[in-house]
Each structure stands twice: as C-alpha cells, then as structure tokens.
Ligand binder design. Sequence first.
Ligand code: ATP
Ligand code: MG
Length: 443
Amino acid sequence: MSKDVSAAAAAKPEKLVAVKGMNDILPPDSARWEWLEDKVRQLMARYAYRNMRTPIVEPTPLFVRGLGEVTDIVEKEMYSFEDRLNGERLTLRPEATAGVVRAVVEHSMLYEGGKRLYYMGPMFRHERPQRGRYRQFHQIGAEALGFGGPEVDAELILLANALWKDIGLANVRLELNSLGQPEERKAHRAALIAYFEQNIDQLDEEARRRLHANPLRILDTKNPAMQALVNAAPRLIDFLGAESLAHFDAVKAILDANGVAWTVNPRLVRGMDYYNLTVFEFITEQLGSQGTICGGGRYDYLIEQIGGKPAPAVGWALGVERVLELVKEQGAQVPALVPDAYAVIPSRSALPTAIRVLEQLRAAGVQVQMHGAPTASEGMGSMKSQFKKADGSGAQYALVFGDDELARGTVTVKSLRDGAGGAQVEQPLAQVADWAATLQSNR
Ligand code: ATP
Ligand code: MG
C-alpha cells in the first residue's frame, strides 16, 4: 500500500458497530414489538396488573444479595462497573425482579396490601451470543407481591397462558415443580450431597465443583453420561411436607379447572436462588435449545432479604426475542404498519397548503405520510418518482396537491390499490374532514 492510500484510509473515521450480542430493533420489525407490547398492555389491564418502571442501573449488592452468590448470573454474567465519580459499585440489571422488590420496599408499596405489577424492558447478561441468547435482551414480567395463596400463583400462570392465546401461539408446554420451603430444601440438599458423594466417580468436573456450593444445579446437567445418575437422585418432591404439597396441589387444581395442561418436572430448579414453592416454565420445541420462553415462580423470602418487612410474592418473566421468534416461526399474522395516505406534492409552492391539510387529516386520525425531498436545494422530485414512493409506502391513497388542484381549492384523491389507473376523485379542501370520516368508518 502506498503512503497516500494509507493516509486517506487513516483520515476516514472508523466505522462504529453495535456491541456484540446487542441488537438494533428496526422498522418494519419494530412493528412486531409494538404489536406485542400493545397486546400485553391490554392483557395486563384485564387482570388489573399495573405498569412499573425501574432504573436499568442498580447497586451491585442488590443482585448479589437478591439472586444468590453461586448463580450463573452473579458469578459470570453481570455487567458491573464502578461509578467514576463516587466509586459506587453498579450493575446493568440482568433481570428486573430484584429492582421491582427494591422499589416496592423503598416506597412502602405494600403498606395497604398486595400489589400486582408488570414491566417491560431491556436486561443485560454477559453470555455467549447465539440464537435466542443475547447480551442485551428484553423481558416482559409480571409480579404479584403481598399475596401468599396458591390462587395467585395460578392467576399468573393463567395470565401468561392468556397471552399465548392473544398472540396466537400454539404448542407451548407448561412445566411445574415445587421447591418447597427452606427447611425441606435443606433436608433434600443433605440427601443429595450424600448421594453424589457416594457416586463421586460418576460426577464430571463441573458437578464436583458444584457439589457443596449448589448441588441442586447438578440436577440441571446437560452431560449425557450423568443422566442416569441424576435421574435416580433423591427428589425434592419426596421431602415436601403436607403444607407445601397442599399448595402445589391447589395450583394444579386451578389449572385443571381452567383447562391449562401441565406436567411436573421434578428437575426444574430455575437459575436464581430466591425461589420457593411453585416454579414453572413455558417451553417450546420450535426454537432449538433456547426453548424456554417464560419462567417464574414464588419468591416468599426475597422481600425480607432485600430489607423489607417479610411478605410473600410470585412472578414470571418472558423473553421478548424468543416469543417474537416463535410468533414468526408459527407464521402468526402481525398487522403491518402502512399509512392510509401518501401526500404527493409536485412543487414547494404547494407545501404550505398541503401541510395545513395534512395536519387536519392527522388530527382526525388519518395516517398520512408526506413526501419528503432528499435535498433542501432541489425541487420535490418528479411525479413519477413520488408515485413510486407512494406505492412503496403501502398507502391506500395518494393525495395529490397539484398546482391546478390548489388553484381550484381541491386535492386529488387517487386510489393506489385497485389496479392500473386507480379511481380518482377531486375533493374540495374545505371538505377533507368528511373524506377522513368515510375513511375511518371503512377501517
Ligand atoms: P436460560 O436457561 O435460557 O438461560 P434463564 O433461566 O437464565 O434462561 P430467566 O432468568 O428465567 O432465564 O429469564 C426469563 C426468560 O428470559 C427466559 O425464559 C428467556 O426466555 C429469556 N432470557 C433469559 N436470558 C436471555 C438471553 N440471554 N437472551 C434472550 N433471552 C433471554
Ligand atoms: Mg440463563
């Protein structure tokens, strides 16, 4: 390479790209996101869950204390940093439950009784990016705090199930388990450690490392050589007392009475330490190995752990990217965003009148896209190129603000969707509101 060429290359600013595993969500795809968010808002209103928004950055100890030190998230997935000005340890939230609980405690929200809440937003985990697994991803979550009965566990499962119906998802299966209460887990844990110690020669390296720190996670192993061992391990469910079993049975009975199918997966443990009693996941076989689209459960001890007055709670979170991928996979129809009309404006002198009319139409609820000139110095572009844009916009109508029309105080409304030479009528500008009304009633 000659000196001149490299100098030129050096002068060109380096191209900046998004952080690995963090995605831009662009139109037209963003329409699917808005569609899902609208469905969720309507659904949450039907179940009287209220929206809540917490900061993306939280103090690091919130997650260390909340999720548990020996969890994948806290051990290796958190984006943590020090505030440069005051040295405070901060973390980009890897999930939202801990933040919701912090806010509920901080604002004494349970003072007058339980609260039903939901949130939507980005989460951050430093994982190996692959299909369905990103470093910035999005969750929608629902939490019911201050309610201890199994009917609220069931309500949350029915709520998630209703969402799958509302967005047209099929073939989503529900797995349940009960993690019991801390005392029951302690007894099971001791039995589990004893069992694995007796069979230590069959454990892989990771399992040996987890044996004393978090033996429950060994049950989660993907190692085929350990499946038989793990299948024969002591089951937590056999250590549950009458109360825990009754809670679990009550959840199942409500699901049965409402036609929601489930299976018990005794190995379902979930990634955070905070769960007790009911845990559940909604799983699909259609997304490869990232098949869990939603997971949750009861977390009766988290509020206390974060410094609040003890109160029970239960919730779930779904992965938006995975849900939308499944919507796509199953071919569900998501309405495309197209304007009702595209304004063709042959000359700049027509702009003032055109813009005034477009504003009237928009105020009346009509969706109108105005033709835009690519440069400020040139004209608006040929009629041919403007009609090409109008067609490409997907609009039903072109509104033509030609000089002749404006001289007559009219605009031409041309249908773009009934074949070549679509019908056109000239509308007096004074009556565009009437035209807008007929358009609305035809929607
Ligand atoms: P996984 O076992 O797939 O790692 P998880 O148990 O870590 O999931 P949760 O913390 O329960 O997941 O989060 C709830 C949902 O959020 C998951 O079921 C999944 O749909 C989604 N999710 C979790 N991590 C990611 C990620 N890195 N990228 C995209 N979606 C994710
Ligand atoms: Mg994970």
